[in-house]
Design a protein around this ligand. Structure first.
Ligand code: FES
Length: 133
């Protein structure tokens, strides 16, 4: 997975729909990459991974670190035979400050349901990446 993190400011001038915000052209967000952007005072990361787009808050619930700017990878789990397995490759981001891991598909911490990053709808339409909230 790419370790590149782009930072931009989203264009909020799309007047067709009040709840959607242009993030980037789709070709600016290739598979395995992410863009961190500011929209209406919120710092949001948009991921393109495993063929899907996901948008999450970039504010870590641990100590406020940039949760979505760390390693995008997978995580270790234990299977039914008590063996360690690697799973969710490309679907887990680790906060760069202390390593808390979050599932980019739903924002959940990998070890505790108590912690979660807010998620937003993200999609591509006519070659443009949007988020809605
Ligand atoms: S601030 Fe994110 S893991 Fe500590």
């Amino acid at each position: 997975m790419s370790e590149h993190t782009s930072t931009s400011t989203a264009d909020t001038t799309d007047s067709d729909r009040d709840d959607r915000h242009r993030v980037a052209d789709a070709d600016e967000l290739p598979e395995g990459d992410r863009i961190v952007t500011a929209i209406d005072g919120r710092e949001i990361a948009v991921f393109h991974t495993n063929g899907e787009y996901h948008a999450l808050s970039n504010y870590c619930p641990h100590q406020g670190g940039p949760a979505c700017e760390g390693l995008l990878s997978g995580t270790l789990a234990v299977d039914g035979d008590d063996e360690l397995i690697w799973e969710r490759d490309g679907g887990i981001v680790a906060c760069p400050w202390h390593g808390w891991e979050f599932d980019v598909t739903d924002g959940r911490h990998t070890a505790s349901d108590k912690y979660r990053l807010p998620v937003y709808e993200a999609y591509v339409e006519d070659g443009t990446v949007y988020v809605e909230f």
